[in-house]
Design a protein around this ligand. Structure first.
Ligand code: ZN
Ligand code: ZN
Length: 279
């Protein structure tokens, strides 16, 4: 009988199901402020020129997820070197940082060395800016993005510099080829949503009280852009971008999830104000 039970649990694991006897770890989600972006030519976010002569302040957000004793940082924002830089509205696009991730971890009394995983939605500089400050973490990134970063020279505007520690073999890398169940219990899943970049990903976090939360990465950059299936001029693949939007929206409906567009200032209010966590 015992043998049979062990066999059943093992086959549940093989088939991707969570054994009923497994205790789910406690999961918490914090929103971190990872900078501000001045989009002074909003048409950059529309390859059908939907926003002539419009500008918008976007936020740059990162997320900290505690899973039991593990910590996953989702995106690492703009570079710390941009801290305090005034925004220049004469540029088509400019950015600044108010507080670094490490400064916010101090407020949470979490030693940066305790960050076990860093998951990146994609390689753009406003998402990988502070990556190098967490060299002990396992880097999880879409395979398509990793291929671009490790091809010499890197294409599609990818800057491999923040990834140097992992590219040189100094840190552990996990390349996601499809959806990735980060902790093996279904609570945190990296979603394959290509189009913005070849390996672009989103994140699904299942919280006990709040329910499912979907983090967009750069699937869309603001609410109207999301609602109208806008495709930025700088996306790598238009067809994949639209397919990913379709998938994400259906997933959000089916799960009745809280959708957070990471660059949308209005979505900041969908999670508790820092330093409070959603649970
Ligand atoms: Zn991007
Ligand atoms: Zn971005």
């Amino acid at each position: 009988m015992r043998k049979l039970l062990v066999g059943l649990v093992a086959s549940a694991a093989i088939w991707g199901g969570t054994p009923a006897i497994a205790q789910k770890a406690e999961v918490q989600l914090w929103r971190l402020d990872c900078g501000t972006v001045a989009a002074n030519d909003l048409n950059a976010f529309s390859d059908t020129q939907a926003y002539p002569e419009q500008s918008k302040r976007l936020t740059s957000s990162c997320y900290l997820i505690r899973h039991g004793s593990d910590y996953l940082l989702w995106d690492t924002g703009l570079p710390s070197a941009m801290k305090g830089k005034p925004l220049d509205d004469s540029q088509a696009m400019d950015a600044t940082v108010t507080l670094t991730i490490k400064e916010q971890l101090v407020q949470l009394k979490i030693d940066p060395a305790r960050i076990t995983h860093v998951g990146l939605s994609h390689y753009h500089f406003d998402h990988s800016g502070q990556l190098a400050e967490f060299p002990g973490a396992t880097l999880i990134v879409g395979k398509g993005d990793w291929t671009v970063l490790t091809t010499d020279p890197a294409s599609y505007g990818a800057n491999p510099a923040p990834f140097a520690h992992w590219i040189s073999g100094g840190g552990k890398v996990e390349q996601a080829t499809t959806d990735k169940d980060v902790f093996g219990d279904g609570s945190v899943t990296m979603l394959r949503l290509p189009g913005h970049t070849p390996g672009h990903s989103g994140l699904l976090v299942r919280l006990k009280e709040k329910g499912p939360v979907l983090l967009s990465g750069d699937l869309a950059h603001f609410s109207e852009n999301y609602a109208s299936n806008g495709v930025p001029t700088f996306n790598v693949n238009r067809a994949e971008s639209l397919a990913s939007l379709d998938r994400f929206k259906k997933l959000a409906d089916n799960l009745k999830a809280t959708v957070i567009i990471q660059h949308e200032p209005a979505d900041v209010g969908k999670l508790p104000a820092f330093p409070q966590a959603a649970e």
